[in-house]
Structures are given as structure tokens and as C-alpha cells.
Design a protein around this ligand. Sequence first.
Ligand code: C2E
Ligand code: MG
Ligand code: MG
Length: 603
Amino acid sequence: MTQFLYPSESGKPESPSVVKVRQYITPVAMNTSCLTVLELFFQNDKLYALPVTNSEGVPIALVERQAFVEFFGRPFTRELHGKKTILQFITNDLIMNQMPIIVDVSTSTDDVARIIIDKGMQHMVSGFIVTEDGYYAGVANGHSLLNEITQHKQAELYYLAHYDQLTGVPNRMLFSDRLTQACREAARQRTQVGLMFVDLDRFKQVNDSLGHSVGDLLLCAVAQRLQSSARDCDTVARLGGDEFAILLDGLKDPIDADVIARRIIDSLQRPFTIMGHELFITASLGIAIHSKDDDNIGSLLTKADAAMYEAKRNGRNDYRVYEPGFSMYSFERMSLETDLRSAIDNDEFVLFYQPQVNLVTGQVIGVEALIRWQHPKRGLLSPAHFIQIAEDSGLIVPIGNWVLRNACRQIKAWGDAGLPLMRMAVNVSAIQFHQVDFCGIVKTIIHEIGVDPSLIELELTESIVMHHSTLVLSTLEELKKVGVMLAIDDFGTGFSSLSYLRRFPIDCLKIDQSFIRNIESMSVNEAIVRAIIALAQSLSLEVVAEGIETEAELAVLKMCHCTEAQGYHYLKPLPADDFVAWLVDYRGVPQVQPASLLLEALS
Ligand code: C2E
Ligand code: MG
Ligand code: MG
């Protein structure tokens, strides 16, 4: 009897594409004698029907056990009809002749169900032959087949509703169910329940640069690592995108959650090999332990999410356990998208500026525009809180255009006010870059504002240039024709070969700040930075080291002959006026006008 399993702990029910029936059977040829067929039925009491094939092996009829055995049980029947071929028998009017319905293995269960219902076969004793690669998988009657299909459907529906289709782990719905149960149980048993959020760092980059199929396989591999790092009693679920959650059930001591978190971080640090790519990925984890104040799981989810954001804010690849005082960034995260839609119209975005300094002359040679969102209720939000939402919703396109327009206006205003010439770096998201006629939009904005295009530098992510498509190349070449500069942001965190550097008209590499961090004590970082600088020199590219925080980091970078730098060591990003006030004060800038006049001109 075929069994359709309900999903077990590990997930998926068996889901054959065709309903397989009772047992494999060998059909009988049409010239087989009735006595031989009778013998076959006697030998196998589970055989309740037999297909009969013609000389080409095509099934032409089904002999049904009950009718056949009953017929030959009558007095003298064997003697009279036994030697006849089964073909003569089935054409005999004495027995109801029924043409079989044959379906192929590729027939979906839905179609089988449709046939049964359309032909009114629900109550039929026999009728179907299911074939598999030309062999007979079996015969079945409409009634039990329909039963099985229904059961199967139920299992499938349950699976679809409760399990993540990609990774096979429980989805948000099942997870919430189990979390609710576990919290109730914990209150009764006086044990503790922990909730852990796992969010992959820079997963989007993998997806953008290597494609969704690599991204999907990576998610499956991550799900497996999470499962093997968690305890057997824990539930690992995928909440969507690159977000996973783990229900830590029956914790004896909250410290156990730390142990599991550490194990997960370690296990994810091993490289993944996906479709020939060796990928390195890290994750940020947030943990919340259920307490009696958490009257619903919503508050526990919010806490774990807040802890995860805290881990992200603190440099990623780490975990945090929720403490009161963490900002509930995720609180009604969904509503952020709604708010984002009206943010441009309501003039809620602001640009902050951070200087880029020439390490040889000490002069400020550029400035990067970094967006902030002055949210009416949540205060000033940094890009970490909304860029992803903006990208997912497509809102990044109008937002990106707003940024470009305002950054151009600002640099033009500064130039008009007599500030020394600086280039203005503007971040461009992959989605923005790939929009139709991105280059045309850039050109229009630059011309409208009347800014010198060579003062504008577009910071592209490595994922954009990793697509070796002719489209990317032609957009980059067109942008160069417009006259803007092109930089690769967060250089070194990508996953692909660097051959694009030779093919694409890039002007500048911005070394990711993760390589700068503690460079004075991390020889690996120094080696990487030296390699990037050498590479840039050999290709005649500029290099900017990002995220310099300390004098010690700066000293090493100077030693490595890095020529440009940006970071808190000089200035944290500030609104335009504060930036100008700093600039005027900064010793490396020759003052063309007295500071007070300059500020006046700008206000
Ligand atoms: P990014 O382009 O790599 O920008 C550098 C980020 O590092 C900025 O964060 C900056 O404040 C921060 N940073 C600079 N110096 C230091 C330092 O010394 N130490 C540390 N810890 N951080 C430093 P921010 O402003 O939060 O922006 C984060 C990212 O958001 C940016 O990374 C960029 O990818 C994105 N972003 C910012 N503005 C825009 C925008 O207008 N459009 C798009 N598409 N993305 C933007
Ligand atoms: Mg940038
Ligand atoms: Mg960067």
C-alpha cells in the first residue's frame, strides 16, 4: 500500500508526481490462457486486477479479480472456458468489458483526480493503469486512488503552509505556532525559552553578483549548518529572505543560548562551496529569552530582532542578547515601508557629508554624501534601517535620484560660495544602476544643475560590475562619456574575479573598512590592503581607505602608500552646515574667504 507521509520533524512529505498504486505488476499478453491468469490471481491474493496487453504491449483491458474468480468458480466453467485466451474471455459478453484508462507517470495527481471525478469513477472497483517508463506501476480503482490523492493533497497543503519551500525547514507560520506552544509550556514547567534571530551579512551581495540560483543554494546550505549547530530539540526556521530564526526550547540556563550562538557563528565561518564558488558568509545573531513580561510572542520577536540589529550595528559576525534599552528598530518594521513612500514628498531625507582626505597633502579632496532619514516618529535613521527596504520595494530608484540631485546641488552651491573644489561621491545601488536609462537620468540631473560632471563620483558596489554583461559595460562607458568618475565601494568584500577591473572604466577603489579595522595589529589586513594598493597602482586607479578611526590605522595606511582616506578619525558624517564649519576650521584647507563670510554665503 502506498503511504503518503505527513511531514515529520524533518519536513517534506513524500510527493511523487503521480499517484503510485498498490504494487508493481506484470501485465499479461492477450494470448495468455484464462487458466494461467486464474493461477496468477491465486498465487497473489493482493492482485485485484491485471492489465492485458496486445501484441505491441499496449494495454487493452483490465481483468478484475473478483469478477474473474467468481466466473471461474461456477460449475464446469473451467472446463468450458479455461483454455480460451484471455482476449476471447474479455470479448465475451458474459463479462463486462471495460477499457482501461492509462496514465503516464508524469500525470499530476491533480489530473488523476480530475479524470476520476470526470468519469465518475469514484465508486469503480478497477479502471486505472499507471505506467512507469513503459512498465506497469500498477492498477487501481477510482475510489482508493481518490482517497490517497486527498490524503496526499492534505499533506502537501500542510507542507506548503508550514514549511519553507526552498530550504525545507519550518516557515514563519509553523515557527510562530511552536514558539507560542513553547512559551506556554515554559511558563508551566518553569524552564526558559530562547528565541534567536539569524540574519546573514551581505547576503544580497551574493545574490546580486552570482545570481539567485547560487543564493538559493547558499540559503539551503546555511539552513543545514544551522540545524547541525542547534540542538535536536531546537526548531530552525526560515522567516523569509536571508532571515532565519531558532527556537531554543527548554533552556536550563540562558548561557546555553550563548553556546549555541557561538557554535553557529563558528560553523558559518567555514567556507561554502556552491556551484564551484567558494563563498564566505557571516551572520549577525540576536537572542531574546522569554520572560513573564512577554505576554505575546510579538514582543519576544521584537526583542530578538532588536538584539540582532545591535549585533549588526556593532560590526556584524557576532551575536547580542537582548537587554532593555536596545532600540526596537524592528518595531512595526513593515510600517517603515509605508512611511518611506511618503518620505520624499514630505522632505524627510537629509544628506550628511564625510570628507575624503589626501594623505600626502592633507587636503580635503572629496566628500561622500550619505543619506539619513529624519523620520517623524523614530528620529534620525541611518541607511542600515531603510536602504534594504527601499531596495526591496523599488523605492531606491526615486530616493537615489533625490540623493544625486541634492548632492549635485550641494557641490555646486559650495563651489559657487568659494569653497575649494572637491569631488562629490554618491552611492548608487545595484537596482538603481540597472534601471532603464540610468545614464540618461544621471546626465539630465547633472545638466539641469549645471555642475561639472568630473566633480561627481558614483560609488558602485562590486556586485554591479561583477556581471560581465555587455549592458553593464555599455552603461559604464556611457557614464564615462557623461564625464563622471566611477568608484568601487567596499572593495574587497565581493566574491568574484577581479578581471572586471581591466575591462571596465573604473577610476577608484574604496577599500572596505573591515580591512582597515585594527590594521596595525592584524597583519592579514595589512597584507590585503597592500595587495589592493599595488593592484590599484598597476591599473592606475585611485585608492581610498574607508573607515579610518585611529591614528594607528592611519599610520599603517600611510606606510602602505595609501593616498586617500576617509573615516571618523577625520570626521563623522555631518549635515552640510556642520561639515562646512569643520572644513573651514580644518588646517589642510586654504581659506579662500573668511569662515564667517563663507558660512553666511552658504546659509
Ligand atoms: P558606504 O558607502 O561604504 O559608506 C561608508 C559608511 O561607513 C557610512 O555609513 C559611514 O558613516 C561609515 N563610516 C565612515 N567612516 C567610518 C569609521 O571610521 N568607522 C565606522 N565604523 N564607520 C565609518 P552610513 O552613512 O551608515 O552608510 C552605510 C551604507 O549605506 C553606505 O556604506 C552605503 O552603502 C549606504 N548608503 C548611504 N547613503 C546612501 C545613498 O544615498 N544611496 C545608497 N544606495 N546607499 C547609501
Ligand atoms: Mg559609499
Ligand atoms: Mg564603503
